[in-house]
Design a protein around this ligand. Structure first.
Ligand SMILES: [Zn+2]
Length: 555
């Protein structure tokens, strides 16, 4: 599952953070129509077992795959691993032209370190040693400087550090923190409305660049940042232009000392105010003080892939329709300069659990003595963590008609359940209990799908379906945070199965040893049974509640 960065994205740029939003319970009433007249077993559901789930996840979440970043060799190896299992089970390639791999292009951009430079008052500073920059090419010659404190404008709090300052054609220097008394939770609505970040304000008002003081955090992760920008590079998908096109340069104390030499306040005095919390005074630096900077970037096209398999249905007519069952097999990778002994985000739960969960469902379908009537499309998406790229690409370039997909079942994080003590743990207390799982979307677009999902569960393992996050307006925004969203926005009814969030979410500690394979097995069986029922019902679930534009337009 990807991070919640819905409202504050490009504008925040180097001001990276995670918004912690309190989760309010919004339990949704579900009326259950009682047990269906279906049998108490569904196809080959009971062949799914914890042993295989553990075996496969031990590989998928291993250090050797280096956190399955998009794109990476680790992700490519995971793709081959999944595809070779599909071939063994007799599931056909589903990406077209006889392949399991739906390849798609990405753009990788790096700082061209040799061509990137900074000059303050005639003294040269080196990229990587004295400063780093956002990946925004620029060539600035002899700009004058203004200091604007924290640099954030927050109208509702009457904060405007730019009053009386003209930043046009200048470089804006800010300390890299929010103004005193302001939290990220206070930044309501989109950037440019009630609030403006320093780079946003600077760009809107004609400034050439932002120079940011290094925080302790910037300094602690200095080498990791340089690695990400100039060695590994930053990968983007599609042709979306960044919102901010002026660079933000994060500079060392050495550069700052030089900049503020003989000014109203020294760099040290200003830095100390970030610790004491004293208010800043904005001011123009001496007119003879000038900064020149060149930020050079270089880009190349690189490729990654979704993994797609198809099991053809047995009914001559219904086999032209598909039940799509998917997970994302990517995670957030590794960083050799990360502080701490562990440098690899294993992503056992996120979404190794969904990856092997869908493998187990695929195997059970393929080896069932009775074949499903509709076809099943199994898909493992790449690039989910970067912004739902794989599902965006597949739904824009589907290998079967989108209108033939009767439902998409998305499995993202089904491996973690409450252990004893977790009910009191601040970050683990929302994990599902044993025999419980969160569902999103089952009744959002199709009443019939919701009824089917509930009745299958009632007559099978009777897990507790928890619907507390099942609302596009839920503060956690889970509905927007995984691949099903790209299917839903194109009219396909979906069900999203997940365990929510926990203390190891997007940390190097999301590892196999913490996975509860017995609970996961039950959830995988339930998803299989739901897919089985969807593939055999005479009529596909009717979409009686299309999503409003306010939901579809969001991302
Ligand atoms: Zn994630």
């Amino acid at each position: 599952m990807k991070n919640a960065i819905k409202h504050i994205s490009a504008a925040a740029l180097l001001f990276v953070f995670i918004i912690g939003v309190p989760a309010h319970v919004s339990a949704q009433k579900k009326t259950d129509k009682g047990a269906a007249a279906a049998p108490s077993t569904f196809g080959n559901a009971n062949s799914i077992n914890a042993t295989e789930l553990r075996d496969w996840l031990t590989f998928i979440a291993s250090d050797e795959l280096e956190g399955r970043d998009t794109p990476s060799k680790g992700l490519d190896i995971a793709a081959r691993y999944i595809a070779s299992h599909l071939a063994n089970w007799g599931i056909q390639p589903g990406a077209g032209e006889g392949t399991y791999f739906q390849r798609f292009p990405l753009t990788k951009t790096k700082i061209d370190t040799a061509a990137t430079s900074l000059q303050v008052n005639g003294e040269n500073f080196n990229y990587g040693k004295d400063f780093y920059s956002s990946l925004t090419a620029a060539n600035i010659s002899g700009a004058s400087l203004v200091f604007a404190g924290n640099g954030w404008v927050v109208k509702s709090k009457n904060i405007d550090p730019y009053a009386g300052l003209n930043v046009k054609d200048k470089i804006v220097i800010v300390v890299n923190s929010l103004p005193k008394g302001v939290t990220f939770g206070d930044l309501k609505g989109p950037v440019g409305g009630d609030w403006q970040s320093p780079p946003y304000y600077a760009q809107q008002n004609g400034a050439k660049a932002v120079i940011a003081f290094s925080t302790f955090g910037n300094m602690a992760s200095w080498d990791a940042t340089i690695y990400g920008q100039s060695d590994k590079g930053v990968v983007s998908y599609g042709s979306q232009k960044p919102q901010i096109t002026i660079p933000t340069l994060t500079v060392s104390p050495r550069v700052l000392t030089n900049i503020f030499l003989d000014e109203k306040f020294s760099a040290a005095a200003l830095f100390n105010k970030t610790i004491t919390g004293d208010a800043f005074e904005s001011f123009e630096l001496k007119p003879e003080k000038r900064v020149s900077a060149t930020v050079a970037t270089k880009s190349e096209t690189v490729y990654t892939q979704n993994v797609v398999g198809i099991l053809e249905g047995s009914d001559p007519v219904l086999k032209k329709e598909y039940v799509a069952i998917g997970a994302h097999y990517d995670h957030v990778g590794m960083n050799p300069f990360f502080n701490g002994p562990d440098k690899i985000w294993n992503g056992a739960d996120d979404d190794g659990s969904g990856t092997v969960g869908v493998m187990s469902i695929a195997k059970a379908f393929a080896e069932s003595p009775t074949k499903p009537k509709r076809s099943i499309l199994f898909i493992w998406h790449a690039g989910e963590e970067k912004g739902l790229w794989g599902s965006e690409y597949f739904t824009e370039n589907p290998t079967v008609p989108m209108t033939s997909i009767v439902t998409q079942l998305n499995v993202d994080m089904i491996g973690r359940y409450q252990n004893p003590g977790d009910e009191n743990h601040p970050q683990n207390k929302e994990l599902p209990k044993q025999d419980e799982i969160y569902l999103i979307g089952s009744r959002m677009m199709s009443t019939e799908l919701g009824d089917l999902s509930d009745s299958v569960n009632k007559s099978f393992l009777n897990l507790k379906f928890n619907f507390r996050y099942d609302d596009p307006n839920d503060p956690e925004q889970f509905f927007y945070r995984s691949d099903h969203f790209n299917y839903a926005r194109r009219g396909v009814p979906i069900i999203f199965y997940m365990d929510g969030s926990h203390a190891d979410y997007h940390r190097v500690t999301d590892t196999v040893d913490k996975i509860n394979f017995n609970s996961m097995e039950k959830v995988a069986k339930t998803i299989y049974a739901t897919g089985w029922e969807l593939s055999n019902r005479a009529v596909r679930p009717k979409v009686d509640k299309p999503l409003p534009a306010s939901v579809i337009g969001s991302n």
